[in-house]
Design a binder for this molecule. Structure first.
Ligand code: XMP
Length: 506
């Protein structure tokens, strides 16, 4: 187990993901909450920060319990803070160093820099520089501009680097992390999907015993993987509820329900389409639509959960990025999630919560799913928003508009699969616009709906770019849509990136 102390860098989660890629388990904790008991941590990594150590608001934690007692790797701000903490000096640099640099000098190729050669590219992002190393500090590597790009403390397993090993552009970053964690700190590489499945299933068995658990399945990766883990642990005591809100993709409810049954899950499909449509009637504001859908879901789920007698637990597919307590750059703060509490909590929200994926990143959830034999097609599915097609139909929602959009969306997505483009796209879908346009079909004038197609590349949905789909594909898709979907006479392709646009239109 490795401890990552977060000083608020945008790259902290990336450090954790790189460590996990080495099959080593790690946890992120905010710098102002260093765990009391450090026995289980075999090594510690200090993250970067957007602030300067010379800034009063910056992180200045007491490292006495860590430094010299645990193998320590300090990154960027961490490296500067370590120098500052030990009596070295950190000064503003004459130029802010941002982007690629080369380690032109490496003094020692056996230790932190084993198997790394001079000239290797690293990623820098700092405006301060370590002017004087602390006592017993030894310079390990330099760039043309930064003398103390890496140093160690003599007689301790304490290392510091000015560059970011977690960023892809640091070519030997993973090697350096391996050198530190495996060869210097001696951490075992035992964190594998198979090991995770074994220990989690055992933990769930111990925790849940003969208790009953309810879980809402969405058709997405997280809830599915959570369900299969729980199913392995408690079998028929897991009661899954899959709600059709009528806003899913064409045929999705039936085909996914079938898949779930095939996997042996104890699942009940609940068709509540009418109820959701009624709740959405005449609503045009995106946030009002989201609220109406959220509330309808809570009501339906609560009714269904009541039908399971003696249930004690609610299972959720929460993953690690939703759990990590974030460090705000304006001082430590805790992100508080809003939740539904209008008129008291519904009964199912009073259940004890079990979250088997709460320590996993998204890519790890997929690997665990694969390990348990879940269909790769299900694991590779694009993300789909909870409010479904309701936020892709601009304006008010009717059954007819849902039908039109389902047809259009199915032609687009099937086309992506047929052309081998589906896996190259992070998310794709169609949007029904609230305008009619004039067209001509045969000798007839038409006045029908316009649809927009959207396909984006992204890693986490925070930023995204539109995908350069082949013109031939767009041509075929547009023809198919206009010829086959009654009520649509025009197709446009969205070429906006996020930011400044968003992925969804609402
Ligand atoms: P935006 O439109 O904000 O979307 O760029 C980023 C990602 O979030 C999804 N999204 C939602 N997911 N409930 C959800 O569960 C929502 O209300 C919602 N709004 C957007 C969107 O599909 C994209 O993957």
């Amino acid at each position: 187990n490795v401890l990552i102390l977060d000083f608020g860098s945008q790259y902290t989660q990336l450090i954790a993901r790189r460590v996990r890629e080495l099959n080593i388990y790690c946890e992120i904790h905010p710098y102002h909450k260093i765990p009391e008991n450090l026995d289980n941590f075999k090594a510690v990594i200090l993250s970067g920060s957007p602030l300067s150590v010379r800034n009063e608001d910056a992180a200045h934690p007491d490292l006495t319990k860590i430094k010299g007692k645990k193998p320590l790797l300090a990154v960027c701000y961490g490296a500067q803070y370590l120098a500052h903490f030990m009596g070295g000096s950190v000064e503003p640099s004459s130029t802010r160093e941002y982007g690629r640099a080369k380690l032109t000098t490496i003094h020692n190729h056996t230790d932190l820099f084993a198997s790394i050669t001079e000239g290797t590219q690293v990623w820098m992002s700092h405006s301060d520089t370590i002017a004087k190393l602390p006592e017993n500090g030894v310079c390990l590597a330099s760039t043309d501009d930064v003398k103390n790009a890496a140093y160690r403390i003599e007689g301790e397993q304490t290392y510091a680097i000015q560059f970011h090993p977690e960023v892809y552009h640091t070519t030997d970053g993973k090697q350096l992390l391996e050198n530190f964690l495996v060869h210097i700190a001696g951490v075992a590489q035992e964190w594998t999907p198979a090991a995770f499945v074994d220990t989690t299933v055992q933990e769930l068995k111990d925790k849940l015993g003969n208790d009953k658990v309810v879980l809402g399945l969405s058709g997405g990766v997280d809830s599915t993987v959570a369900a299969i883990l729980l199913h392995k642990a408690i079998g028929k005591n897991l009661f899954c509820i899959f709600v059709n809100n009528g806003l899913l993709r064409k045929n999705e409810f039936d085909s996914v329900l079938d898949q779930y049954k095939h996997m042996g899950l104890n699942v009940k499909g609940v068709d509540a389409s009418e109820r959701f449509l009624k709740a959405l009637e005449l609503k045009t504001d995106p946030e009002e639509k989201r609220k109406a859908i959220g509330n309808a879901f809570i009501e339906v789920f609560d009714d269904e959960a009541h039908l399971v007698e003696d249930v004690h637990w609610l299972a959720q597919g929460t993953i690690y990025p939703d759990v990590i307590e974030s460090v705000s750059v304006n001082g430590p703060s805790v992100t508080i999630k809003s939740h539904h509490n209008v008129g008291g909590l519904p009964d199912f929200m009073k259940l004890k919560v079990v979250e088997p994926l709460r320590m996993l990143f998204k890519d790890e959830v997929r690997r665990v799913g694969k390990e348990m034999g879940i269909d790769p097609e299900l694991l590779g599915r694009h993300p789909f928003p909870g409010p479904g097609l309701a936020i892709r139909i601009l304006g008010d929602i009717t059954a007819e508009k849902v039908r039109i959009l389902q047809e259009v969306d199915a032609i687009f997505i099937d086309g992506l699969r047929k052309w081998g483009l589906y896996d190259k796209v992070w998310q794709a879908g169609a949007i029904l616009l609230p305008v009619n346009s004039v067209g001509v079909m045969g000798d007839e004038r038409t006045y029908e709906k316009v649809v927009a197609l959207r396909a984006v590349e992204s890693t986490d949905g925070m930023t995204a770019d539109w995908v350069n789909l082949p013109y031939e594909f767009l041509q075929e898709t547009s023809n198919n849509i206009i010829n086959r979907v009654k009520g649509v006479n025009r197709v446009v392709y969205d070429i906006s990136s996020k930011p400044p646009a968003t992925i969804e239109w609402e």
